[in-house]
Design a protein around this ligand. Structure first.
Ligand SMILES: [Mg+2]
Length: 368
């Protein structure tokens, strides 16, 4: 089997409402949908979701990098996926979400060739994984209303974005815990928004609210600061923006800078590197979460598959598709607690071509 054609389509899809974190807000999803065609008729799909502030990528850079990597892809046998993905990794520094798009499409082909769902190919046994649902930065009344609504709808794990105003954040979390009761799990994410002192002050003030963990309280480069925060609170600290690839995970572990790590396929550069991070953490007894950017069901399905397969991944935050005005792909079911994958070969996700077409803003196509 060999790859004979590679297509990449950049898309912009409006969101139902603005999504805001302490890093800023957005009103549209931007991404690149990739398809690889093989001489056996198997087509693999993948996706890149850029985040200029986290990975330094845009849809324009992704199309450029995919164009550069086409010679590694075309003519290659997807069944030799480790060699191809590691060659891609070596060929260009950084650009992890562009690499992730190709990696996901390759894994989709391999699983389809073997006739098994991706989570099976990766060695997983179940077809579902629980996820949190995120509440962005918004006026306090609205955040409380949303939390209540989600809980009424049956959602059992909330992830609440904080990091813009310590006093507001403490007040908001106290109110939400009071209103939703003790049964709903709460996780928080400051997206680097605090100074070390602010983070310690906020976390100390909410230690009695049964918070499962706090993601990335301080700047991604400030590992000493994150360790300082960790030493001064009982709430577990999860490194997110500080960890892109496997080497970052090793550094965090060596420095004792965090209790847990949030893996994202778009930061790691794909499924293979995400599994490498998860296995490094596993060998140190460290628990992980798998999270996402604003993504469609294509790469969310890849994330759920990795979560199912990797022992160290205990948590997931894979709700990146619920704010999209229209879903350009279908396959995953969300029952309020778990993302459920279909029992189909590969990712199990299908592109809705008629909907995708409406949102394409640029595309490239290469043939052998
Ligand atoms: Mg985060």
């Amino acid at each position: 089997m060999k790859i004979i054609r590679l297509e990449a389509k950049a898309i912009r899809v409006p969101l139902i409402e603005e999504f805001r974190t302490s890093l800023g807000g957005s009103i549209q999803h931007e991404g690149v949908i990739v398809k690889i065609y093989t001489d056996e008729g198997i087509v693999g799909i993948g996706e890149a979701a850029p985040s200029a502030r986290i990975t330094g990528e845009t849809i324009e850079t992704i199309l450029g990098v995919i164009s550069r990597l086409k010679n590694i892809m075309l003519g290659s046998n997807p069944l030799e996926y480790r060699r191809i993905i590691e060659s891609i990794d070596d060929a260009v520094i950084g650009n992890p979400s562009a690499k992730a798009a190709l990696d996901i499409a390759i894994f989709d082909v391999v699983a389809k060739k073997y006739g098994v769902p991706l989570y099976r190919l990766l060695g997983g046994s179940d077809n579902s994984f629980e996820t949190s649902v995120t509440i962005g930065i918004m006026p306090q009344e609205k955040a409380i209303y949303k939390a209540q609504k989600y809980v009424e709808q049956g959602i059992r794990i909330l992830k609440i974005k904080i990091g813009t105003n310590p006093t507001r954040d403490v007040d908001l979390l106290k109110k939400i815990r009071q209103i939703i009761g003790d049964d709903v799990r709460i996780r928080i994410d400051a997206n680097q928004g605090y100074t070390v002192k602010q983070a310690i002050r906020v976390l100390k003030a909410i230690e009695n609210l049964d918070i499962e963990f706090c993601e990335q309280p301080v700047h991604w480069r400030d590992l000493d600061g994150m360790r300082e925060v960790r030493r001064n609170t009982e709430i577990p600290i999860m490194a997110d923006e500080s960890v892109h690839g496997p080497r970052d995970a090793i550094e965090i572990i060596k420095m004792d800078a965090a209790d847990m790590i949030n893996i994202k396929i778009m930061k790691a550069g794909g499924i293979l590197n995400s599994l490498k991070i998860a296995d490094i953490c596993d060998s140190y007894g460290m628990k992980c979460q798998i999270g996402c950017m604003s993504e469609t069901q294509i790469s969310i399905a890849a994330g759920v598959s990795v979560a199912i397969a990797a022992r160290s991944i205990e948590f997931s935050d894979l709700d990146g598709y619920i704010l999209l005005k229209e879903n350009i792909a279908s396959g995953i079911k969300f029952d309020g607690v778990r993302n459920i994958l279909p029992d189909k070969p590969g990712l199990g996700v299908e592109i809705k071509e008629d909907i995708l077409r409406k949102y394409v803003v640029a595309s490239v196509r290469f043939e052998e």
